[in-house]
Each structure stands twice: as structure tokens, then as C-alpha cells.
Design a protein. Sequence first.
Lengths: 325, 341
Amino acid sequence: MAVVTYIEAITKGLWEEMERDSSVFLLGEDIGEYGGAFKATKGFLNHFGSDRVIDTVLAESAILGAATGAALVGMKPVAEIQFADFVTSGFNQLVNNSATMHYRWNIPVPMVVRLPSGAGIHGGPFHSRNPEAWFFHQPGLKLVAPSTPYDAKGLIKSAIRDPNPVLYFEHKRLYRHIKGEVPEDDYTVEIGKGDIKREGNDISVVTYGATVHQALEAAELLEKEDGVSVEVLDLRSLMPLDKDLILDSVRKTGKLLIAHEDNITGGIGGEVAALVAEFAFENLDAPIKRIGAIDTPTPYSPTLEEFFLPNKNKIVAALRALAAF
Amino acid sequence: MATATLKKESKEEKSHRWKELGLSNAKVIDLYRQMLLIRRFEERSAQEYGKSKIGGFCHLYIGQEAVGVGAIAALRDDDYIFSAYRDHGHALARGMDPKGIMAELFGKFTGCSKGMGGSMHMFDASRGFMGGYGIVGGHVPLASGTAFGSKYLGKDSVTVCFFGEAAANQGVFHETLNLAALWKLPVVFICENNRFGMGTAVERSTAVWDIYHKASAYDMTRQWIDGMDVLEMYRVVKQAVDRARKSNEPTMLEARTYRFRGHSMSDPIHGHYRTKEEVEEQKRSDPILVFGHELLEAGILAQKTIDEMELEIKRIVAESVEFAERSPEPPADFLYENVYV
Ligand SMILES: Cc1ncc(C[n+]2csc(CCOP(=O)(O)OP(=O)(O)O)c2C)c(N)n1
């Protein structure tokens, strides 16, 4: 098995699906000649040609609308939104058109939207967002957010093969910082299935994206220093949520911490908390805790950004508070 | 596409160019000085970025100085300006303190946006500088709002809105032009066509290469300008602003210019999407060099004065860096301070 970075895994998944299925094509700003703002599609234009690797105009609504239209006639577009923040400029296409086509007319919309998200790179208010919750609220869209190279490749393949519009949230900070083993052969990661990234008995951490890695480090520390056994559940798929996996984990441990980088209020963690409160209330030995970014826009100042974001230490503190119950 | 080339005029004609515009020698020398300040300020910013003193994203205006300086010189203090994300030059041309801009780049509490925004978010309401914006095209409709406000409130302030040629591909650009034409708003749209939206050449991103023609769909007065010529910028923008002020007539201008640096700090100057030769060729119309030459030839500026100016600017820029270095970080609880009024 090859060890690759998170972004290389995305690239490999895209490449393989392009080879496999000629109806798959890519479109987005600067993805061809430039190779993508983060170089995810470097070399694609030369190999696949300009019919299938399309440098678009700077117009997100046109990109997302055109992708939706192409999907209606059986194409499998993969649209790159250069930074997830810019999806705002094409919001209508996704939530009104892409999301409701099948509901209204039984026409599948097999499209993928890649959304480089997340903070921690001093991008400031408009280049740091985690906008998944906006779309979480819209029935008809599927949402995935891989944390490892293995999941990144497996999920981009599943997303492309899925007959529904799938929003693929890829965390910018993981691109070149996270490496992992990725099989050379064709495999997929099922959308809707979470993954226990670390088994434990005392506390469950439900998390996704970049925060998975902070949770794993925190769990390691708690094991060593406090002798507390922490389970880390990586959602991977935000819509649909793997409800059974979440409930099973909490029924086992009796304590739940939800951690994500998106800000707390109105975040996906609230839905996870509601799920557990509704279906596993009697199994809880402590109040549910949530960690996320502070409820403000993302500050540019690196010092404030650090204060603003969740991190290992904040997770450790929350876990210790839960362990004390 | 007609490209920006300097008109070859005789020495005599040239020396009268600014007189005809009603500009004094001192004012013209100041325009030169402003362009030089922007250039040196940004060269230093690039160095500080290299030292990781400036983080995140940083987009330089180098090569385009004549556009912002010439256009903003045509405004009154009570006019409004919107910039896009390549905003350092516009902020400096509007007279904002280099210290506050550098401190913002450093993410310090003394920055013009208190360190909360960074490079793309310069702001100074006291100067009508209504900000830089990081979502391409997203700020264009705001300009119709301030223009509407001025008209409604019976003030004769004009709004000027800068954006790149790639931004003109966003739907919101067209929505706004239609609205401004229909409502007869005192606004001047200035598209800085530097030929590239990141790595995509203008010919590959729009079906209409003469960007100013886009305004014809809204029957709006429109024109292209040599954006490498600060006096041409001043002349044409002044006409448009006067028209807006007097008769609430909007104008769409396309300034043809060129970015000498990469799109952002991580983008090489040439390589993927343009050749070294192309950049070198364009640098021959460097707005500062060419204008400096014109002033020297006209005899209103001496090389000695330029040298002194360079020294003074070097000091101003160095002071801005020292100020930024010395300034405090924003305190953690400030995060919450301004989320709501
Ligand atoms: C809505 C949106 N889409 C994409 C981007 C990414 N992006 C930033 S600048 C840029 C190119 C903009 O070109 P132009 O408007 O011509 O301005 P210039 O760079 O020439 O100053 C792109 C694609 C963005 N910031 N916002």
C-alpha cells in the first residue's frame, strides 16, 4: 500500500474515476491550466483533455447550475469550489435546484461538489469557513467530510458513483499535513457509514474532519495520563448520519463529547446531541458536551484564530470534565 | 483587444497634460509619490510575508498603481470607495495611514480592522473607504447601496467601485449595473483589467474581451482607459465622477493594466499561465517608471528629488513595520466585541 497525503488521495480518487467512467468530468476555477488553487487536479488537463477538465468562468452559480444541468442528462460532474466559502455565490443552485430535482421529478442528479473548507491557515473571515451546517439543513443533499487519506479516496469515489448530489468537504489544513496508507486497488467508503477511529469504553467523542486528529491526540493523552479510555467516532458522512453507530457507542460508554471545527450554535453537533438525548437518554451518565469554534466570524489574527478554534487542549479539558462524572 | 500602450506625444504636449486637467506641478508630483509609496510598501509587505510576519493570503497591487492613484485623486473626501481583495494600494491612495495597514497585515490590534480581517479587509469609514472584500464580485452591489443612500439623502457624494475583470463574470455585477442604470445612481464602476483572474487569462474567461462593452447591455456610459497612465486615469474618472455628481449618471470604466507579481504570494510571477517574456514586455510600461520619466523630461522633477522621495518613503515604510511589530495582539475577549452592535 502506498503512503500518500490527504490531497494526493483525493487526486487519486478523482483520477481513477475519470479513467473508469467517461461521463465523469471536472469543472471549476483554475482547475486545468493552473492545476487547481491547491493543486488537486495538477496534470489532469494534459491527460484527460479540455473537454473533461474545464476551466470555468469565475461564477459559482454558473458552475453549480451547469453541473446540475449536466447531471440531469446523465453526466457525472465534479465541480470544484475554490474555497468552500465561495459556495455562497452559488447557494441557490444547490439548495433549490440540485437538492430538489429528484424530489420533484424523480430525476437523479449525480453530481459532486468539492469544498475545500476550514480554518487554521490564517485565511480570515472569508477563506476559513466550515459551511456544512447550511447544507445539512437541506434535504436532498448528501454531505461527506473525510479525515484520512483512506477515507478521502474512498469517499470521493462513492460520491462520484452516488446518484444524488454529494457535497464533499475536504479540510485544507489536512491537505499536506496528514499522510496515510491508501490501497492501490479500487475500493470505496460507503456514504452514511461512520468509523470508529479509536475504540474506548469510558467516553465517546463524536467528531469529523480535521477535529478527528485533535480528538485522537486528546484520547491518547487521557489514556496515558488519566487512565481514561476514550472512543473516537469519525462521522465521515454528515448526511446521512450513521445514527446506529453513534447510539451504540454512547450506549457503551455512557458519556458523549461532540467536537467539530464549525461554530457551535446551529452546528451539526446539535443534531447529534438531540439524537442521543432522544434515543439514548437512559444510557447517559453525564450531560452531553459540545466543542466547536466560538460563535463569531473567523478572525485573521493568528493568535485569536487559535483561541477561536477547537484544539487538543480544549478537548482534553472537556474529556476530563466528563470523566469526573 | 486594444492593449494599454502609452501615447507617444511630443515633449511639449506632455508638459501640458496636467495643466489642461487643472493639476498643479505639486499635485502631479504627489501622484508620482503616492504610486511610489504603494510600490515600496508592497515590496516590503512581500518581504515580511516571506518572514512569516504576515500570514494567510496576500495579493499585491504592483503594476496597477496608476489605476488606484489616478482614480482616487479625482474624488472628494466625502465620496465613497469600494475595493476588492487586492486593496492595499487603494487604501494607501485614499490616504490611510501606512502604519494601520501594515499592522492589519500583521494581524495586530492597531490594524485598521483591528487584526480581524488581514490583507483583504482594509477599512476606514472616516475616509469613505468602505473596505476590501474577499468574495470576488460580492462587494459590487454594495456600491449601488451607498450611491442610492447619497441620492436619497440629498448628498452629492459619488461612489467608486473597483473590481477585477474576472469579477465582471459574476451575475451580481450585471444585476448591479442594471440597477444602477435603472435607478440613475451616482456611481462609477472601475474594472481593473489586469488580464488574469488568478491563472485564467481574460480571453479564456469571458466571451466579451472588451469588458467595458458589458455595460452596453444596460445602456450605461462606458469607456476604456490606459490604466498604466495615472493622468489618463485621473482625467477620465474625473469626468465620470463629475457626471455622476451633477446628474446621477452611472459610468462603467475599464482600466487596462497589468499585474507584475503573481496572483498571490504563493503564485510565481510567470510559469503556468504567462511567460517571462510577456511580463518583461509589460514592465516596459511600468506606470511609475514611465510617469517619472515624463516628469523628469518636463523638468518639474529632478532625479535628486526622486532620490529624496525614495528615502522618505523608505523611512515611512520602515516605521510602519516597526509600528506593526511593536503593536499588541488583539485581546481574546475582543472576538466577541463587535459581532453585534
Ligand atoms: C466568489 C469567489 N470565487 C473565487 C475566488 C477565488 N479568487 C480570488 S481572486 C480570483 C481571481 C480574481 O480575478 P479578478 O477579479 O480579475 O481580480 P485580480 O486578481 O485581477 O485583481 C479568484 C478566482 C474568490 N475569492 N471569491
